[in-house]
Design a protein around this ligand. Sequence first.
Ligand code: FES
Length: 247
Amino acid sequence: MTSVAAGTTRNLSISQADGERSTVEQRLIPISIMGKAYKVPAGATIMGAIEYAGHQIIRGAGCREGYCGACATLYRLPGDYKIYTGLACMTMVEEGMTLAQIPYVPAEKAIYDIEKLKPNVSAIQEMYPSVFRCVACNTCTKSCPQGLQVMDYIQAAKRGDIATVMDLSFDCVVCGLCMLRCPAEITQPLMAIMAKRLYGRYLRKDSPELAERVKAVESGVYDAEYLELMSMNRKDLSDRYYARDSE
Ligand code: FES
């Protein structure tokens, strides 16, 4: 690992989301990673800074795009008593930041047969009774890097409102930060996964559009496009992906 004087600039190589490397001119700022001082590029994500500092991330990195939830991170800022949470691949470093990336949050996953459960409160009571320990402190919502209303879906679970749990937790990436911070030690994302499965199994509306699309796929109408994608190299695929229309 190379050490650099404070406030200096130089050509640096930092990790990019697609795993390639590029050279950029950056100011270096001091941060603390797991209690140790480093100078890292001011424009880096936490993940980029950790790697720039010389650490190889073996656990705690997946998509590097804010989708997989593997890179949960806790940090504090100078002169601020609060603990902040974020995804290391999406959160930028700040001067004086003190951080720890959390490679894994221990949690007990309920084992169930979805065919034997009903989409109501009894499934929650039986499989995730910890939900009923919620004290409505809202710490889960404040810790969610996705900005989800976690406490609201926990309240919905207590009412047996599976559709609302599914709806409010839909964008959960299961980073585990809510359950790490929860004083009642609830495993919010795991309960939400069960609710989504219950919704899919029992409550979802029929989708004629989906049936139509499946039929089209089976008819081979997209085969030429699939073959074209399969033959593309990584860069062309990446360009095509980022140029797509998205909501
Ligand atoms: S690595 Fe996937 S969300 Fe950060």
